[in-house]
Design a protein around this ligand. Structure first.
Ligand SMILES: Nc1ncnc2c1ncn2[C@@H]1O[C@H](COP(=O)(O)OP(=O)(O)OP(=O)(O)O)[C@@H](O)[C@H]1O
Length: 491
C-alpha cells in the first residue's frame, strides 16, 4: 500500500509442471474450496456497496460479505480485469495472473497464520472474485501507522512472531512457497489479534531450480524488495527473509519502510548504522519508548540486521527467525511474571510474620466470614479487570501498559494484605487457581470456599495461589507451562 509494486508478468502464465498432491489439510482432509455464484456475492456485499468496502489494493477492491444467511462473514477481493480482455491477453495481465495465482496456491496451502481461501467465483466478464477469511482488525500497516494508540511491545513481538510462523509455514511446505511480497499492508489482524499473512498474488510455489521459478521475473514492493533479487535466478526463500527483516525494523521503529520525512528515507539505511553502533534503544518507536528489558530490543535489532544482510546465504532461515522470536516473546513477558512472582513472595513473607489473627474478643464468627467474603470480592474484581486490561487492551501505549501491570500485581497483594485483619493465611489450604480467560478469573477464585477452624474454633479461610499451576489464556490460546519459571505466552 502506498508503494510502487513491481510486476510479476507471468507468475502463473507458464504451464505448471507440478503434479500437485491432492489438496489436503494437515489432518488429511481435503481442503474444501467453494465455488460461489456471482449473484450470491453481489447480494452478500450489497452490490459491492460503499458500506461493504474494506480497502483498495493494486489489483482491485476488497469488500465485506455476509454469506450463508449471516453464518459466514468473509472478505471478497474483486480483482478487476482490464476491459475486453481476451483469454490470450489475460495470460500477461498482472491482475489476472495474481488472481489465478492466489487461488492456485491458497487452495493447496492452509495455515492458521495465513488469510486462507474460502472460495471463488468463476470468471465473470468483470474479473475474478476471490473469497477469503475476513480480518476484522485491519492491517498491520494501519495498526502501526494510522491508529492513535500504537501497540505496546508485547503485542508487537507477538504479531511479528505470528508473521514469522506464517512465512516459515510457506517455506516448509512441499514444494516450498516463496511469498515475494511480505509487507505490513499484507499482514492482516484477525478477531483474536493474531497476525495473518495474506495476498499471495505474487507468490511462487516450487523449488528454486524449477522452470517456473527460474522464468518468473522479479516482483515485490519497493522498500521491502531484496536488492540482490535482480533476475529470476536470484530468487530464494532468503528474499522473503530480507523483506521480513524490513518488516521487523518497521515494527520496532514504527517507521515506514520508505519515509521521506526521515533522512535517509529507507528504514534499512537509517537503522543499520545505529544498530552497528549498539545504540539499539535509538531505533525504538518514540511513541512507546524502549521495552522494559533491554535484551528485548537488542535481540530484535540484531535479528533484523541479520535478516537484511546483503549476502542472502548469511541471512537466517525462517525456522531460526521463529526460534529467536520465541525467545524474545518469552523475554518480553518476563517483567510481568517476575514482578508478579516478587509481589506474591513478598506477601507470603508478610503473612509469615503477621501476628496470629485470633484476638479473643470483639469478633464473632459471622464477622470473620463477612470480612473474608468482602476481601474475596475485591480479589475477584481486581484480578479479572487487570487481566482484561493487560491482555485484551494491551495495545495501549507503553506508559499505560506499565501502569496496568503494576496495578494487576498490586491487586493480588491487596487481597492478601486487605484480608489479613480477619483471615489468617497460609495454613496449608491451597486453592489451585486456574486462570483461563480474564472473564473467568474472578469466578474461579470465588468459587472454591475453603474454610477450616483454627485451634480456638474460629473460621479460617485461605486463598493461596499455586503459581506453578497457573494457566493463563491469552487471545483465546492456552499455555499450561510452569509460567513463572518459563513465562511463555502461547502463540
Ligand atoms: N481478508 C481481509 N479482511 C479484511 N480486510 C481486508 C482483507 N484483505 C484486504 N483487506 C483490506 O483491503 C485492503 C486492500 O487489500 P489488497 O490485498 O487488495 O491490497 P494491499 O495489499 O493493501 O495492496 P497491494 O495490492 O498493492 O499489495 C487492505 O489494505 C485491507 O484494508
Amino acid at each position: 500500500m502506498g508503494y510502487f509494486s513491481c510486476n510479476a508478468e507471468s507468475a502463473t502464465a507458464i504451464c505448471d509442471s507440478y503434479n500437485f498432491d491432492i489438496k489436503r489439510k494437515p489432518n488429511n482432509k481435503p481442503i474444501e474450496i467453494r465455488e460461489f455464484p456471482y449473484d450470491d456475492l453481489v447480494a452478500a456485499t450489497n452490490g459491492f456497496s460503499a458500506d461493504s468496502f474494506l480497502g483498495k489494493g493494486s489489483h482491485g477492491s476488497v469488500y465485506k460479505a455476509i454469506l450463508d444467511d449471516g453464518k459466514l462473514v468473509a472478505a471478497v477481493k474483486r480483482m478487476k480485469y482490464p476491459k475486453q480482455t481476451t483469454s490470450l491477453a489475460r495470460r500477461s495481465c498482472t491482475t489476472c495472473v495474481a488472481a489465478e495465482n492466489e487461488i492456485e496456491i491458497l487452495s493447496r496451502v492452509r495455515h492458521p497464520r495465513l488469510v486462507n481461501l474460502i472460495g471463488f467465483c468463476p470468471d465473470s466478464n468483470d474479473g475474478k472474485l476471490i473469497v477469503v477469511e475476513y480480518m476484522p482488525n485491519g492491517t498491520l500497516h494501519d495498526l502501526l501507522h494510522s491508529r492513535p494508540r500504537p501497540p505496546g511491545w508485547t503485542r508487537r513481538v507477538r504479531l511479528i512472531l505470528h508473521v514469522a510462523k506464517a512465512v516459515q509455514a510457506l517455506h516448509s511446505s512441499n514444494p516450498p512457497v516463496i511469498h515475494r511480497d511480505i509487507k505490513s499492508s499484507n499482514v492482516l489482524i484477525d478477531g483474536d489479534w493474531t497476525a495473518r499473512l495474506g495476498d499471495l498474488g505474487l507468490a511462487l510455489r516450487g523449488h528454486v531450480e524449477d522452470v517456473r521459478v527460474r522464468c518468473t521475473p522479479p516482483a515485490g514492493t519497493l522498500g521491502y524488495l531484496d536488492p540482490g533479487y535482480l533476475a529470476p535466478g536470484d530468487l530464494s526463500a532468503k528474499s522473503d527473509v530480507f523483506s521480513f527483516g524490513i518488516l521487523l525494523l518497521e515494527i520496532v521503529s514504527g517507521r515506514n519502510a520508505i519515509d521521506v520525512n526521515y533522512s535517509p528515507p529507507s528504514v534499512i539505511d537509517w537503522a543499520l548504522p545505529i544498530i552497528k553502533h549498539g545504540e539499539y534503544a535509538s531505533i525504538c518507536d518514540r511513541r512507546i519508548g524502549p521495552p522494559a528489558e533491554s535484551a528485548v530490543i537488542r535481540q530484535l535489532a540484531v535479528l533484523a540486521a541479520r535478516c537484511v544482510r546483503s549476502t542472502a546465504e548469511k541471512r537466517p532461515s525462517m525456522a531460526e527467525v521463529v526460534e529467536c522470536l520465541t525467545v524474545v516473546n518469552e523475554r518480553v513477558h518476563a517483567p510481568i511474571w517476575n514482578s508478579l512472582k516478587r509481589r506474591v513472595r513478598r506477601v507470603e513473607e508478610e503473612e509469615e510474620h503477621r501476628p496470629s489473627f485470633v484476638d479473643g474478643g470483639g469478633h464473632d464468627l459471622e464477622e470473620v466470614v463477612r470480612s473474608t467474603r468482602g476481601s474475596r470480592r475485591k480479589l475477584n474484581r481486581k484480578v479479572s479487570s487487570v487481566l482484561g486490561a493487560e491482555y485484551e487492551g494491551e495495545d495501549e501505549a507503553m506508559i499505560g501498559e506499565r501502569v496496568l501491570r503494576s496495578r494487576s500485581i498490586g491487586s493480588v497483594n491487596e487481597i492478601k494484605a486487605g484480608s489479613g485483619g480477619g483471615v489468617r493465611k497460609g495454613v496449608g489450604v491451597a486453592v489451585k487457581v486456574r486462570l483461563s480467560k480474564s472473564r473467568s478469573v474472578g469466578a474461579v477464585l470465588g468459587s472454591p470456599k475453603i474454610v477450616r477452624r483454627n485451634k480456638r474454633g474460629f473460621l479460617i479461610e485461605s486463598v493461596r495461589l499455586d503459581m506453578s499451576k497457573l494457566v493463563i489464556s491469552l487471545d483465546g490460546e492456552r499455555s499450561d507451562r510452569k509460567m513463572l519459571e518459563k513465562p511463555l505466552v502461547s502463540i
